[in-house]
Design a binder for this molecule. Structure first.
Ligand code: FAD
Length: 473
């Protein structure tokens, strides 16, 4: 039996590493267990988000957005000649960013005194954690508190088994080393649309096959409709109601994909196929039979509103528990749990978690959709302001989309904000802050926004809630 810790965190993704740093900052003796190692045997910190998720996907999206802008620079009078993309260099830049960030987490662990335990963590009875190193050596560490932050893994589907370089999951999709002529994507969710956009911008013919009939069913219908219109212009061919039934690798170099839609059996042939049909909680090997922690019917670790599992002193956070699979949700749960363990009052507002899709234009929302509120019978008022009427958006040549604000008819309280537009990933924080503080539309109407900024669209949408937008007829 080894040293006792106040807190052992299992998993060093954005849930786990943030929880560990916060716990250590609060004076708790903290260790973080991570099983992921690189080819030299060094621990890989940062989880899905830093290594094969949020950060690398955004690095590729930024590079291809810059490429697109360079190709269209003529609109500003800039003459570039022919623009070309060195895909290997783009991928190497992405890898460098990932390397810097994961090293940064190691530095933060050191600076905050978090002990890194390399190996596979397993929760035993009585808050003991067994850590099995790569050489098979197992050590058991007792703890006062345990935080499980084991994250998620991609869902695979039987009709599309992964291959080394043709049928890929999100990890493989981030490492494609030359522009494919034809790309298939299974799943029109966040990851599918982002990855599809990366390659569509480089000239790839992208076909996205989505089994559901509704496009972006989780988004406000106005956002989904506007996005569908824009993606069509960008030649992202999204086929709805298209259920993939099989795949066949032909001559080791292309993939025949069969799917069923309303018209019957269909087929496309692509050079690469990305499977992006969702993720599932990662709990394999995590829990001993007598750990006392239970899973729910969908395989998530069962927790209450403050991330407590059924075992006293054991918490679980992030993608491995209910709620949206988002890095910021995982991190905030990590902070909440560390604070609770340190004896502070802590709570998280699950009603105000922003969601973003980083296509161009971006899609972002926080709070409830118009459809949800109407279904709940809430009387609402809606204000909408298009970026086409924003001077700054015009100056930036980025006028697609709008800000839509929904407020309670009686109390004026903001209940949801939904956006499509150039950099609405940055604007949505304004709406989240306002909602977190319980703002009314009038509060934002009375707030002074700097001119000329795209943020003014938030101000105008708030004014529009009462029919008083200034720059809109
Ligand atoms: P993870 O990041 O999955 O980390 C879990 C860690 O635990 C891993 O390092 C794993 O190796 C380790 N682990 C698991 N089991 C054990 C064990 N038994 N012992 C030791 N270690 C273990 N979210 C956003 O908010 N914004 C985005 O833009 C975004 N983009 C994404 C793009 C892609 C392509 C993907 C795949 C995901 C994206 N996400 C995004 C989702 C985001 O990555 C996850 O929500 C986030 O990483 C969840 O954090 P986590 O800490 O719960 O789990």
């Amino acid at each position: 039996m080894s040293d006792k810790f106040d807190v052992i965190v299992v998993g060093a993704g954005p849930g786990g590493y943030v929880a560990a740093i916060r716990a250590a900052q609060l004076g708790l003796k903290t260790a973080c267990v991570e099983k992921w190692v690189d080819d030299k045997g060094a621990a890989v910190l940062g989880g899905t988000c830093l290594n094969v998720g949020c950060i690398p996907s955004k690095a590729l999206l930024e590079s291809t957005h810059q490429f697109h802008n360079a190709q269209h620079a003529d609109v500003h009078g800039i003459q570039t000649g022919e623009v070309s993309m060195d895909v290997k260099k783009m991928v190497a830049r992405k890898d460098k960013i990932v390397g810097n960030l994961t090293m940064g987490v190691a530095g933060l662990f050191k600076a905050n005194g978090v002990t890194l335990l390399q190996g596979m963590g397993k929760l035993l009875a009585d808050k003991q954690v067994q850590v099995t190193a790569a050489d098979g050596t197992a050590t058991v560490y007792p703890a006062e508190n345990v935080i499980l932050a084991s994250g998620s893994v991609p869902v695979n589907i039987p009709p599309a088994p992964l291959t080394e370089d043709l049928i890929l999951d999100n990890e493989g999709a981030l490492n494609i080393s030359e522009t494919p002529k034809r790309l298939g994507v299974i799943g029109a969710g966040v990851i599918g649309l982002e990855m599809g956009s990366v390659w569509a911008r480089l000239g790839t013919e992208v076909t996205v096959l989505e089994a559901m009939d509704d496009f972006l069913a989780m988004a406000d219908k106005d956002v989904a409709k506007e996005a569908a219109k824009i993606f069509k212009k960008q030649k992202l061919d999204v086929k709805l109601g298209a259920l993939v039934t099989g795949t066949e690798v032909v001559d080791g170099k292309e993939v025949k994909v069969t799917y069923k839609d309303a018209k019957g059996e269909q087929e496309i042939v692509v050079d690469k196929l990305i499977v992006a049909v969702g993720r599932r909680p990662q709990t394999q090997g995590l829990l001993a039979d007598d750990s006392g922690v239970k899973l729910d019917e969908r395989g998530f670790i069962f927790v209450d509103g403050q991330c407590r599992t059924e075992a006293p002193g054991v918490y679980a956070i992030g993608d491995s528990v209910r709620g949206p699979m988002l890095a910021h949700k995982a991190s905030e749960e990590g902070i909440m749990v560390a604070d609770i363990i340190a004896g502070h009052h802590a709570q998280m507002n699950y009603d105000v978690i922003p969601s973003i899709i980083y296509t161009h234009p971006e899609l972002a929302w926080v709070g409830k959709t118009e459809q949800e509120l109407k279904a709940e019978g809430v009387a609402i008022k809606v204000g909408k302001f298009p970026f086409a009427a924003s001077g700054r958006a015009m100056a930036s040549n980025d006028t697609d989309g709008f800000v839509k604000m929904i407020a309670d008819e009686k109390t004026d309280r903001i209940l949801g904000v939904h956006m499509v537009g150039g950099i609405v990933s940055e604007l949505i924080a304004q709406a989240a802050i306002a909602m977190e503080f319980g703002s009314t539309a009038e509060d934002l109407q009375l707030t002074v926004f700097a001119h000329p900024t795209v943020s003014e669209a938030v101000h105008e949408a708030a004014l529009a809630v009462d029919g008083h937008a200034i720059h809109m007829a």
